[in-house]
Design a protein. Structure first.
Length: 275
């Protein structure tokens, strides 16, 4: 089966006023959960405004955000994440900017949102230790994300979460990529795992997932780079090595091209990240 893991980026509590009026940046290119506790917030895509209201939980497709603002005041518990699964990432990209979730079906969601800020402070592996409380809370957050994705799947159009019979032949190669993305992988290796010619493997992969195999490997490396830059004190050189780049300069150029900001700039902005 396909990997359905997520990369947790950041989360917490935020109180916004009229000064929360910002255009989208590279930091918004992720998926988000918002639990609006008080007031209202407005998110805009290229075509319309979406009003987020108190007491509601929303899935936000951050790749479609153009602008967000508040007319008076609002309070929000928030979570930013990326999917490591090429299948889920493709599906989640198809959703509109804002999807309201049935809060009554999100078991104990409020208590999970309540500890997000402290969780990300503890989850940050500055001391390179994970205790049982951090692990338990990590599993609670992952459980919440699994429930959210389940609700999105149940209530979406049939072709949103879809993989053809031919596409399922790619599973073995994808699992190998998920495990070995830090290594140098060749198209010949991956095609052989699916018992296909190189040309057919590349063509089918692109057809099913709208990205090439090389770009999927890049996605996995960049997700891990975000995780390490966000949640560890590893140097950029160490992050480069941990994500399969022996040349730190090449890693920095690749990261900058992918996210439109350098690793150091991302880490600096991440420390003051808001919804």
């Amino acid at each position: 089966m396909l990997n359905i893991n997520n990369t947790l980026i950041a989360g917490g509590h935020y109180r916004g006023e009229k000064t929360w009026n910002k255009e989208a940046t590279s930091l918004d290119k992720c998926f988000k959960l918002y639990y609006i506790e008080k007031g209202e917030a407005i998110l805009c895509d290229a075509k319309q405004e979406y009003k987020l209201q108190a007491g509601e939980v929303y899935f936000i497709n951050g790749f479609q955000i153009k602008k967000q603002f508040c007319r008076v005041v609002f309070e929000v518990k928030w979570l930013h994440f990326l999917s490591d699964s090429i299948f889920l990432r493709q599906a989640l990209h198809k959703f509109p900017l804002v999807t309201k979730l049935p809060a009554s079906e999100l078991t104990d969601f409020a208590s999970t949102f309540a500890f997000l800020e402290s969780f990300f402070n503890d989850y940050s592996m500055q001391n390179k230790t994970i205790n049982k409380m951090v692990l338990a809370r990590y599993l609670r957050v992952e459980s919440l994300l699994s429930m959210v994705i389940s609700l999105l799947a149940e209530n979406s159009d049939l072709d949103t979460f879809y993989l053809s019979g031919q596409g399922s032949r790619l599973f073995r190669a994808i699992e190998y990529m998920n495990t070995n993305y830090k290594k140098t992988l060749t198209l010949k290796q991956l095609a052989a795992l699916s018992f296909m010619s190189e040309n057919y493997f590349h063509s089918l992969f692109k057809k099913e997932f709208t990205v090439t195999p090389n770009n999927y490997i890049l996605q996995l490396r960049m997700n891990e780079a975000l995780n390490l830059l966000s949640n560890t004190n590893l140097s950029v050189k160490e992050v480069a090595r941990e994500t399969g780049y022996p040349d730190p300069a090449y890693f920095s150029r690749t990261f900058s091209k992918y996210f439109s900001l350098s690793p150091n700039k991302y880490r600096s902005l991440h420390s003051t990240r808001i919804p």
